[in-house]
Design a protein around this ligand. Structure first.
Ligand SMILES: C[S@@+](CC[C@H](N)C(=O)[O-])C[C@H]1O[C@@H](n2cnc3c(N)ncnc32)[C@H](O)[C@@H]1O
Length: 218
């Protein structure tokens, strides 16, 4: 099935996406620098971009930058005075993301904060709340990041969590730490009165996975 999912993604990309030299260069530099291909797919990136536009987000928080591929999709959808803060543990990844964002002309809208998100998230409490939060870092800390996302949001904020299906591993009895982290976070959602959520399974060039989507009501 994977090959057919791949072919369908290629058809959808060809049909729906406008080729973009900057985005292509980002993936090329990421590969050249040896980053794992853990970025969102182009179709998923366009989904994030549309979510920014549909929700009229002006302030975005991303947890998990890698080379800034998803960052680029979301930041380009912001209005000129919009702001995106992205958190990345690895300084080498952040440096590559900086180079990609600079080439794309997005440095004035983006701030990369280097460090473990558990340590850097509390520093954002002094900032205005975020309109859209994209969680895409180490999955074992998903519940912690969901809690921080609620803390740093307002009524109407949108939270998107990536890789919540993991080829079905989230419902296996013997879950790895990542699948277990997602299972723990999704299991906790009913306990949060502030969240309305859903999750959608996806297939495509990234295999069988999915997004969770939440709206915050404070
Ligand atoms: C799946 S990749 C992000 C992909 C990116 N959002 C994209 O689609 O282009 C996850 C990133 O989270 C970073 N990360 C892992 N643990 C982290 C932590 N504790 N705090 C912040 N970032 C972390 C990794 O170094 C990696 O760059």
């Amino acid at each position: 099935m994977q090959q057919q999912w791949q072919e369908v993604d290629e058809f959808l990309e060809h049909s729906l996406l406008v080729p973009d030299e900057n985005l292509a260069q980002t993936l090329a530099l990421n590969a050249k620098q040896g980053l794992p291909a853990h970025d969102v797919s182009p179709l998923q990136g366009q989904f994030l971009m549309l979510m920014v536009q549909i929700s009229d987000a002006r302030r975005i928080l991303e947890i998990g930058t890698l080379g800034g591929f998803s960052t680029q999709y979301m930041a380009r959808a912001l209005p000129t005075d919009g702001k995106l803060v992205t958190l990345e543990k690895e300084a080498t990844n952040a440096a590559i993301a900086h180079e990609n964002l600079q080439r794309a002309g997005l440095l004035d809208k983006t701030t990369i904060i280097v460090g473990a998100a558990a340590q850097t998230l509390p520093t954002l409490q002094t900032q205005p709340p975020f309109d859209l939060i994209f969680i895409d870092a180490d999955k074992q800390n998903s519940l912690l990041y969901l809690e921080w996302a609620i803390e740093l949001s307002h009524t109407g904020s949108v939270i998107i969590m990536d890789n919540v299906i993991r080829g079905g591993a989230i419902v296996e009895a013997q879950r790895d730490v990542s699948a277990n982290g997602i299972h723990q976070a999704l299991s906790a959602v009913k306990g949060f009165e502030t969240l309305t959520g859903t999750a959608l399974q996806t297939v495509g060039s990234k295999g069988w996975d999915g997004f969770a989507l939440f709206r915050v009501q404070k």
